[in-house]
Design a binder for this molecule. Structure first.
Ligand code: NSP
Length: 217
């Protein structure tokens, strides 16, 4: 079995819990409170800037030239394509102020940056994979389930359920399988642990947006 199949199985229960979260169920119905979505988009903008830095770090540490180039393209895509989506929502919902990163956003971005800078590069690649793969699966799930016309969150759904994003995710999965082949079983387990941890952090990010999480102090 390929490493990515094993990793997906290891994180599958968390993925299922993500699809049933109120944030995503209400996104499907188009009933999600705009304030919660605004909070999510503002935090996600902060997230994407750091995610792009993590991808750039991985690009610089990758062993194969093709992987260097792919991660550099992923880094560009996170800022150019996904940020464009956010810019549209910033305008649509009149988001002007820059908020500080929430505890969950900060925790997640620091986790990715730490792995990108300090972990074995294959583990760093595994840590960022849920950021691609979970979003694609959640995007597809929401797209298939959506019931409402004129969903205010349609652009978001279309981006993550779209073909362009699917192509990027396919490439990220392929690279992880390629690099996992040269890892020992113990290293592959460390990759899986990083994949599962990042999947949990995805759950926390959505949960924190729904609660509009604040710093206690
Ligand atoms: C928190 C989070 N994770 C992943 C993605 C998709 N790159 C995102 N936009 N935001």
């Amino acid at each position: 079995m390929s490493w990515t199949k094993k990793a997906w199985e290891a994180g599958y229960q968390i993925y299922e819990q993500i699809t049933s979260m109120p944030f995503n169920q209400e996104l499907i119905a188009g009933t999600l409170d705009k304030e919660k979505f605004k909070f999510y988009i503002a935090q996600d903008s902060l997230y994407l800037a750091e995610f792009s830095r993590a991808l750039s770090l991985i690009a610089g540490r990758a062993h194969h030239t093709e992987h260097v180039l792919e991660f550099a393209r992923f880094a560009e895509g996170a800022v150019v394509v996904e940020h464009a989506l956010h810019a549209g929502y910033f305008q649509k919902f009149g988001i002007t102020e820059t908020l500080p990163a929430s505890p969950s956003c900060q925790h997640y971005t620091h986790y990715l940056l730490t792995k990108a800078a300090l972990a074995q590069v294959e583990v760093a690649m595994a840590a960022v994979l849920p950021c691609f793969w979970i979003y694609k699966e959640v995007g597809d799930f929401i797209y298939q389930q959506q019931q409402k016309e004129n969903n205010p969150y349609q652009e978001w759904i279309d981006t993550y359920a779209g073909e362009e994003f699917a192509g990027i995710v396919e490439r990220a999965i392929k690279i992880c399988d390629e690099v996992a082949e040269s890892c020992t079983p113990a290293q592959q387990q460390t990759m899986t642990d990083a994949f599962v941890m990042a999947t949990k952090l995805e759950w926390m990010f959505w949960d924190s947006a729904y609660r509009q999480e604040q710093w206690p102090l």
